[in-house]
Design a protein around this ligand. Structure first.
Ligand code: AMP
Ligand code: MG
Length: 323
């Protein structure tokens, strides 16, 4: 069985076809802001201009008749972007006369990670631009055990990078700078119970930079502090839930220092650490296609009248009736 999936919750516009075993084709055309961060209206305009071409390229490799299900990222994300994706998915489903499945974007990160790493029942650390959550399954739901109280870690990295004159996306640039950092400067370490927060840290790190501290030292201090917070909460979730697998997903998961910290923590606890290949870590169409396929095979279908955008779609609201 084959599913076509469309991702377009924010900067990433990506269309893929998968079957049960692998990704068959994936075509992507990311929105890259000329300056500043992601502007929802501009991003949605980009999506509506480029989506037709991407779908055409996908259909050249897999003819539309071979597709059994149409899946799309229904939320969470930026309203204008979500509406473009939902509209296109609806049109495809109607035109091809195929079922439609609205997919929760966070759930898709978790499921594509499990698919490609073979992790069974992990504590998932999902770290991206807009989201930062510690997720684990309990019965027939995924639950969020800890999350950011303000901005996502990716967003925090991007803001700090922008303040230091670096272009979007800033995460990879901060990673490179941090490798040459020599001095650690203390920044607010904000973990409250199982939740954490980054915006105070961003302001403090921006002030450090303004006071003359080098970009390298600011980047290093920021990464060490923020990633330690994420690792602490992930470890606590492992302990509370008595689990022994950690899965890292989301664009920030590509960061080698974050991976290293989590790996060390896992080794200390006798847990296994998993991370999917980089092209499936950030937002991508394959994760939506795969999760749509999984859901469809377990009876989930989204009627057209319920296929509206859900900017605040929570992972807990999806019933998980698969293994
Ligand atoms: P996503 O929303 O999951 O696609 O992730 C996008 C975010 O990942 C952006 O905020 C990027 O700056 C961030 N990112 C990408 N690569 C890295 C990296 N190597 N280190 C830190 N952040 C990264
Ligand atoms: Mg994401």
């Amino acid at each position: 069985m084959k599913a076509l999936g469309i991702e377009g919750t924010a900067w990433s516009l990506s269309v893929a076809v998968v079957d049960e075993n692998d990704v068959i084709v994936m075509e992507s055309d990311p929105y890259i802001p000329k300056e500043g961060g992601i502007h929802p209206r501009e991003a949605s305009q980009h999506h509506s201009e480029k989506i037709g071409e991407l779908i055409k390229r996908v259909f050249e490799k897999v003819p539309p008749e071979e597709i059994d299900v149409i899946a799309f990222s229904q939320g969470p994300g930026m309203g204008p972007c979500l509406r473009v994706v939902a509209t296109v998915a609806r049109v495809l489903a109607l035109k091809l006369n195929r079922p439609l499945v609205g997919v929760n974007h966070c759930l898709a990160h978790v499921e594509v990670g499990r698919w490609k790493t073979k992790a069974k029942n992990p504590v998932t650390l999902y770290v991206s631009g807009g989201n930062s959550q510690v997720i684990a399954r309990r019965g027939n739901r995924y639950r969020v055990f800890g999350e950011t109280l303000d901005i996502g870690i990716g967003n925090a990295l991007d803001k700090l990078a922008r303040h230091m004159g670096l272009k979007h996306p800033g995460g990879p640039k901060i990673e490179q700078l941090a490798k040459n950092g020599k001095n650690y400067y203390e920044l607010p370490y904000v973990v409250k119970g199982m939740d954490f927060s980054f915006s105070g840290m961003v302001t403090a790190a921006q002030r450090l930079f303004d006071s003359g501290v080098s970009k390298e030292d600011v980047a290093f201090s920021f990464q060490e502090t923020a990633f330690a917070m994420l690792t602490e909460v992930t470890e606590r979730a492992l302990a509370y839930l008595d689990l022994d697998e950690v899965l890292l997903v989301g664009g920030v998961g590509a960061n080698s220092r974050l991976q290293e910290m989590l790996r060390i923590m896992c080794e200390d606890r006798g847990a296994k650490f998993y991370a999917p290949p980089k092209h499936l870590m950030g937002d991508n169409g394959a994760m939506i296609a795969y999760t749509g396929l999984l859901m469809f095979k377990h009876g989930h279908v989204t009627p057209i009248e319920e296929s509206y955008a859900k900017p605040d779609f929570r992972i807990e609201s999806v019933e998980v009736n698969w293994e």
